[in-house]
Design a protein around this ligand. Structure first.
Ligand code: ZN
Length: 104
């Protein structure tokens, strides 16, 4: 009995401390996806993770990067752009200026 409780508590502590570096910073968003947000970013290299976190959302779908798995990377005019998934790359390539403008 006690052992099961201890394991459960231990897991809780690990979970709580596990994402200590990530502060929830949201501005007026209504969606409750915090848990999935950015999970797929972990599949990128450390450098790409940094860029993807700065970009935050897919310019095509406006979904948080990493919410659909590892973001898709594209280098356009010397600039690195990430999409939430492969199917967002095509509309971007058709009209890159439109989507780059969204990213500023
Ligand atoms: Zn997408």
């Amino acid at each position: 009995m006690m052992r099961i409780l201890a394991i459960a508590l231990g897991g809780l502590v690990v979970l709580t401390l596990g994402c200590g570096g990530e502060k929830p910073e949201r501005e007026g968003g209504g969606m409750e996806m915090k848990k999935n947000e950015g999970a797929g970013i972990a599949g990128l290299s450390v450098e790409d993770q940094k860029l993807a976190r700065e970009q935050k959302v897919c310019p095509v779908s406006d979904e948080p990067l990493g919410s659909m798995g590892t973001p898709v990377k594209e280098i356009h005019g010397g600039r690195t752009v990430f999409f939430c998934c492969e199917s967002c790359r095509k509309p971007f390539l058709k009209n890159p200026e439109k989507y780059l403008a969204k990213l500023k």
